[in-house]
Design a binder for this molecule. Sequence first.
Ligand code: XIL
Length: 455
Amino acid sequence: MLAGLVFFLNACSNDDNQTVETLETPVANAPKDVNDHGFKAKWNYVSHSKSYLLDVSTAENFTSFVPNYNAKEITDLNDAVTGLTGGTQYYYRVRAKNETQISDYSNVIAVVTTGTSNIPEDPTFLKVKVNKLANPFFVGMAIKASQLTNGSPYDVILKNEFSSISAEYEMKMDQISTASGVYNWAAADKIVAYGNANNINVHGHALVWHNAVPQWLKDFSGTDAEFAAEVKKYITDVVTHYAGKVKSWDVVNEAVDDSGAMRNTIFLQRMGPNYVKDCFQWAREAANAAGDTSLLLFYNDYATSANTAKQDKVFSLLDDLKAAKAIDGVGFQMHNTYLSPTKAQIEADLNKAVAKGLKIHVSELDIQVNQFNDISAFTNERRLAQKAKYKEMVQIYNALPAANKYALTIWGMRDNESWIPFSTELNHPGNDWPLLYDSNFAVKSSHTGFLEGLD
Ligand code: XIL
């Protein structure tokens, strides 16, 4: 009887081996013959398969399908996908099939059809208007990974109006580095992948900032040299991880204090006054070693236009970095108000960077209208004052020489999500309305001001 049971089990497993041959997952390949109306989707042969199921979608996560391309069955190793719209992003993936057996999904291939969609671009979209300029620049937006859901209002507005993104906080050291050599890439990877997939520039913000030091590094009990080695390791690992994917980095943020001295941060205390230059050199070495020779390195700071002592110190730092051939550009945060800084102050500040041949990033623009907490609702007077100030900033930026332009980034989309009223550094006393969209994603007069600044 035991022999009988063994025979029975064997017979079963032999039988299994013959009929339940697991189908391998196919590998989808880059498309061929991309034109205005379609492309040829391609994939590799999978043994024992009899056909393939092809999905084509305009959504990266395949929540919808191009008509007739929801598991379209094909016996060949390619398929001419036709009837598509020009100048449009599509995605495809395949599964292998053998009778009732179906494999896992392949990798997803992204493809943009040539030509234009023939849907006229809306000239009131910021990047549409900017891209028609003789010397365009990136229009940037600060975002959070949680806002990037396909089809969400953020996603639609970002893709329509913005050509660059900065992470509002998820690419800072305290978010990425959980312990020495241990990294949490999840949110940052999502942001970078979103930019890369949608042809949106990704600006990295920021490698070294005194307000985003992880607790483990604050508590680090090693020697100063060991501390510096940790910072070097962090910069090297992050720049390497995003080499070729992030086009520019703020290497050091806010190294100068408001009196015009080097800010007394843990980095200054542990690494000495040359730490800024060291950080830039480590970033450059890492990029070069990873084969990215075009990474742009920025120094970023705030409130230099109306504070000459601070401005002078920042520019002497920039001189040192320039002399060491370590820097490409400077970020002016521009957390401004409807009254300050003046046009002349901003122009003088930016023109100093022009004279030094640096690229200029207006990196965190927002314009407060209630810094004295003297209004309880957004008044028409402030609405128009803010509009004029946005217009002025865009005019100043757009007048820069082509070689000095990089990006003008707005620090958040909707007023109700702005960091301004919640900031511990700013000590802002009440509510504010500093951005381009209201809490319903409706464009404000400030948005019109931005557009008018381009005329
Ligand atoms: C702020 C973000 O807006 C907040 O969400 C975060 O909690 C703290 O940082 N200067 C900078 C930015 O360089 O990184 C800061 O962003 C605002 C001031």
